[in-house]
Design a protein around this ligand. Structure first.
Ligand code: AP5
Ligand code: MG
Length: 219
């Protein structure tokens, strides 16, 4: 978990590149953007564009459908979620569905980045929508301005990255995060990593993840 712009997507893609065969990642925002691409006039599209949350039942079904598609639980593979759960009801649903599958979370990480740092980042963020790849004009700029490094396709701004909607997303996050943190702290799962830069955050994240594997992951 982490505020919009905290760098969840950025550190997760770094981690999955480093440990390609051992980690599967699922991002709720990427799943929603995929759906919206296929159905741009849907209710989901207008909810996301306004910075509100998609209803819990839709979101949890979407996440577990993706788990099924990936056949996640039949493999001895680790997985990480980005952007889910976002409120206590989603956390309770996730726990109970995982329990049915003899599975459970063993680590929850909060990325804690100051708001003034985040606000600066967002105006510099561009994405390659089909893949979800994230760029920043100053932090990790594309090799060719305005083009995705892998496909050469054009980069775009996220429609929910304008000033008003971003403020709404940040406000909603602030409201929902404290009870969610309490929920996971009570279960001894919560770890918070603080820092202004992913270069400070990423090594700490690696340490936490590797500790859960007991031995360093193969690279
Ligand atoms: P989602 O896509 O999850 O958005 P978010 O949580 O608001 O987070 P972001 O993706 O904006 O930020 P990030 O932390 O991934 O930061 P990033 O790595 O890009 O959700 C979108 C919407 O979908 C929600 O508003 C909601 O409507 C809906 N939704 C999603 N999940 C839901 C759920 N569970 N239930 C209900 N609705 C849900 O980094 C930001 C920028 O900073 C990038 O440009 C990056 O390059 C740059 N950057 C990263 N690190 C650094 C650094 N160290 N220095 C400088 N720049 C950096
Ligand atoms: Mg993201």
């Amino acid at each position: 978990m982490g505020a919009p712009g905290a760098g969840k997507g950025t550190v997760l893609s770094k981690l999955s590149k480093q440990y390609q065969n051992q980690l599967t990642t699922v991002s709720s925002g990427d799943l929603l953007r995929e759906q919206i691409k296929h159905n741009p006039s849907s209710e989901i599209a207008s909810v996301v564009a306004s910075g509100r949350l998609v209803p819990n039942n839709l979101m949890i079904d979407m996440i577990f459908n993706r788990f099924d598609q990936l056949d996640l639980f039949s493999q001895d593979k680790s997985w990480l979620l980005d952007g889910f759960p976002r409120n206590v009801n989603q956390a309770i649903d996730l726990d109970s569905r995982l329990l049915h599958m003899n599975n459970s979370l063993n680590l929850v990480i909060e990325l804690d980045v100051p708001y003034e740092v985040i606000l600066n980042r967002i105006k510099n963020r561009y994405i390659h929508q089909p893949s979800g790849r994230i760029y920043s004009l100053d932090y990790n700029p594309p090799k060719v301005p305005g083009k995705d490094d892998v496909t050469g396709e054009p980069l775009t701004k996220r429609p929910d990255d304008n000033v008003e909607v971003f403020a709404q997303r940040l406000e909603l996050y602030t409201e929902l995060v404290e009870p969610l943190k309490d929920y996971y702290a009570d279960r001894d799962l919560l770890h918070t990593i603080s820092g202004d830069s992913s270069d400070i955050i990423y090594p700490q994240l690696l340490k936490l993840v590797e500790k859960k594997f007991n031995t360093p992951l193969e690279q």
